[in-house]
Ligand binder design. Structure first.
Ligand SMILES: Nc1ncnc2c1ncn2[C@@H]1O[C@H](COP(=O)(O)OP(=O)(O)OP(=O)(O)O)[C@@H](O)[C@H]1O
Ligand SMILES: [Mg+2]
Length: 775
């Protein structure tokens, strides 16, 4: 998990790509208000410059707000339910827990000085208002700067109406003009188009009139300036006057600035060639931007070829209708919200809105399907990057499926594939995963293969969140449903989750066999990604529950497979597994090397699932060889788990080893020193925790393998009784189990500890009891 204090320690405010003009007074006023009031909302019509002003304030406050300034762009979000999840994404909180997301935000903000910028709240007013008032109450160090066309209506809100840029009231000498924001913006954007553009005696009158005509609205000025490479200012003024005369209907009665913008859009639109007009409308179906191939795929049809899309897109970029985002690894395109909304109106007028939304959905359904089939491949990291960028579009596609009659099955398909591709795991929004699975399941009540798969995946998410109760409940449902669903693949996935439950939920040695069977069944139906997941857990099961040679070879097999597939994420987990097996059965030094390498890679790829586990097992490995570092690592792992809401208690094999490690180190250090070190570890930032693991890695190692950590609770009881000299019959009577079960336990203990006789068990138990035993 990455946190506020993570990689970007001062926040996530983007750098500006065009020049910023004027706003001195507004900037100092907003900053002053933020000092006095914990919630300031910038209001005003679309395009007046609310977002830009907020970003500037954010940038300037970075230096003074201790724990950072964080921007949450709400434009791509249309689902009020996902507001909290969206905020956690922006804050880089990875929430893997089953508790309400708002709680992890509150906890994350506790004791911190943070400025949160909620940009473009207008379409989610109610839920924003609720979130804001909850957060402000719960986190005293939090301040919020919101932008919204309407105020939020929250108690204590200070509303700042963003005025348009200043416009000179009359023609002034050239030297005086530049101090007016509207003129400065027009001149800046004009010179970007026409480098030799200058204000002079001849054009300054028209320039002032143009700024007046556009009411000083920055977006309108930018749109008009685009035209200066082909027209004079006078000509632009003439055309705009025509446009204002053409304004009709509702727009006439709306507030003047909206009319101005509408007229400017109408005018920009009229100057587009037909293909550009069509594309402007069609592109409005995307949310949070798009890349070229998506635009070509979604917006083309029999009459409108992909080549035409490309040409029209180039035209729209030239006209500043679409912005190109050069920072992204793959070129991405975006529209400002007001511009997109104009496009949506055009699309509604054309009447092909439904067709476009379906094509948009088809595109993202295909993407999800490909991802579901293609994981555990050399493209893993690429898919991770793509998902992060396309989350808004994927959500819109899911919403479309839920809202439109007859499309629910496709929605279930998307939710299932995204989960199988482990999207929610690596971006750390397991709760969102369960939400989509739950909502699409609710719309697909009939028994079906996908329904069974989806329900099994819900159980799987509960399981890795450590919620045993919910897992069992869900698995019960799955078993009932499976009786009506003969589909081999869906049943194989259920088989995998059952096997995973045997391992993680019960610490049952049969898990090894069950996972092997699950893998076989998954391979049979060519579900190779899922089969590899089974292999990974099988390696883990061997590490915890099998004898040394089997464990080392199982984990080595998974590592070799992941490496040969060049699957980077899977390889990082395979390294973890191999480290775990080495810790339990082999060399601690080797274990440490493997775990450190795994953590290093997961940190690099911003994986949120692995590090809490990697740090934990690394702590066991270092053990009493360096007890302070161990306690710090335990503290760091615990704090990551806590922030994630993941509970180790629900994950059986881990809790046993954890307690052993904790007891050993506490004994060595003494309780006080132990707790101090634990606290130091818990206070580390994510990056510092990784540094503690990686930089000091491989120096300390414990020579002894830690076999004793891996007995189940029952096995430990049996071991105690064996040591007391009881026979199987007597053990059975004492524990009210059958003599055969008692015998099985004894066999497992012998196998796990690598002993040949009961006498060895007795010696081992007495060594365990004696204080100060050598490490
Ligand atoms: N002070 C400024 N200097 C330079 N450019 C500006 C300034 N203010 C706004 N702009 C530009 O004007 C355009 C519209 O501004 P912005 O997106 O901030 O408007 P908004 O009020 O947030 O609109 P919406 O309600 O649609 O979100 C953007 O391209 C922005 O970069
Ligand atoms: Mg805005």
């Amino acid at each position: 998990m990455q946190t506020l204090e993570g990689a970007q320690s001062v926040g996530n405010v983007p750098t500006e790509v065009t020049a910023f003009v004027a706003r001195r007074k507004e900037l100092s006023e907003v900053k002053r208000r933020l000092g006095a009031s914990r919630l300031v909302t910038l209001t005003g019509v679309g395009g007046v410059g609310k977002t830009r002003l907020a970003l500037r304030v954010a940038d300037q406050m970075r230096r003074v707000v201790k724990d950072g300034v964080w921007l949450v762009d709400l434009t791509p979000l249309s689902e009020p339910e996902l507001l909290a999840v969206h905020v956690t994404n922006a804050l880089d909180i990875r929430d893997q827990s089953s508790r309400p997301t708002i709680e992890s935000i509150i906890e994350h903000l506790q004791g911190k000085q943070v400025l949160l910028v909620l940009d473009n709240c207008e379409h989610l007013l109610d839920s924003c208002a609720k979130l804001v008032s909850t957060l402000l109450k719960a986190a005293p160090g939090l301040r919020i700067l919101a932008t919204s066309r309407q105020l939020l209506g929250v108690e204590g809100e200070y509303v700042f109406a963003v005025p348009p840029l200043e416009v000179p009231a009359r023609e002034l000498p050239t030297s005086k003009l530049a101090q007016y924001g509207a003129v400065a913006l027009l001149v800046d954007r004009a010179s970007a188009r026409v480098p030799e553009f200058k204000v002079n005696e001849n054009n300054r009158g028209a320039l002032v009139r143009l700024c007046q005509r556009l009411d000083g609205i920055p977006l309108a000025i930018e749109l008009a300036a685009v035209r200066l490479n082909t027209m004079s200012i006078e000509e632009i003024l003439d055309r705009l006057d025509d446009r204002f005369r053409l304004l009709t209907g509702g727009w006439r009665t709306s507030i003047p600035h909206q009319q101005t913008l509408r007229a400017t859009f109408d005018w920009s639109h009229s100057l587009c060639v037909p293909d550009e007009k069509l594309l402007w409308a069609r592109l409005s179906v995307f949310s949070g931007g798009f890349d070229l191939s998506a635009a070509e795929d979604v917006c083309s049809d029999e009459q409108f070829s992909p080549e035409q899309v490309l040409n029209a897109l180039t035209g729209l970029v030239d006209k500043s209708i679409v912005n190109r985002d050069n920072l992204a690894p793959r070129t991405r395109f975006r529209m400002l919200e007001t511009t997109r909304q104009y496009g949506q109106q055009l699309l509604a007028e054309h009447g092909d809105e439904m067709a476009l939304r379906r094509r948009h959905r088809d595109h993202y359904l295909a993407m999800a399907t490909e991802m579901g089939a293609d994981w555990f491949s050399p493209r893993e990291l690429e898919w991770m990057a793509i998902t992060r960028q396309e989350l808004s579009n994927l959500r819109i596609a899911l919403e479309y499926c839920l809202a439109e009659p007859g499309e629910a099955a496709a929605g279930l398909d998307i939710a299932v594939n995204l989960t199988r591709a482990r999207v929610w795991f690596f971006i750390g929004t397991l709760t969102e995963g369960r939400l989509w699975l739950g909502r699409t399941l609710a719309k697909n009540a009939e028994p079906s293969a996908n329904r069974l798969t989806a329900q099994s995946l819900v159980a799987w998410i509960h399981l890795v969140q450590g919620d045993q109760h919910a897992t069992m409940k869900e698995l019960d449902e799955c078993r009932k449903l499976a009786q009506h669903v003969p589909d081999a693949e869906a049943n194989a996935i259920l088989g995998f989750v059952e096997a995973a439950y045997a391992l993680l939920g019960q610490g049952d040695p049969h898990a090894i066999e069950l996972l092997l069977q699950a893998r076989y069944q998954l391979e049979k139906v060519e579900a190779y990604g899922d089969a590899h997941m089974a292999t990974m857990l099988w390696g883990m099961a061997n590490a915890f529950l099998a004898d040394g040679p089997a464990a080392l070879s199982a984990t080595a097999e998974f590592l070799a497979k992941s490496e040969s597939q060049q699957a980077a994420w899977a390889t990082s987990w395979a390294l973890f597994n191999a480290g775990l097996a080495e810790f339990v059965h082999g060399s601690a030094r080797r274990a440490e090397e493997l775990l450190v390498e795994s953590l290093r890679r997961q940190h690099e790829m911003r994986d949120s699932w692995g590090p809490p586990w990697g740090l934990e097992v690394l702590a066991w490995t270092v053990g009493t060889a360096d007890p302070r570092r161990t306690a710090e690592l335990l503290g760091a792992a615990q704090s990551l788990r806590h922030q994630n809401g993941v509970s180790i208690n629900g994950i059986r094999p881990f809790i046993i080893a954890h307690e052993d490690c904790e007891n050993d180190v506490r004994r060595t250090l003494g309780t006080k020193a132990y707790e101090r070190a634990l606290e130091r570890g818990a206070a580390l930032t994510f990056d510092e925790a990784i540094a503690l693991a990686v930089d000091q890695g491989t120096t300390s190692a414990r020579s002894e393998s830690k076999a004793q950590s891996i007995l189940t609770e029952r096995e430990r009881e049996v071991a105690e009784l064996v040591a007391a000299g009881l026979k199987n019959q007597q053990i059975a009577a004492r524990l009210t189990i059958s003599p055969r079960t008692a015998e099985t336990h004894v066999q497992h203990i012998l196998a796990k500890l690598g002993f040949a006789s009961r006498a060895h068990i007795a010696t081992w138990v007495s060594e365990q009891r004696s204080p100060g035993k050598p490490e």
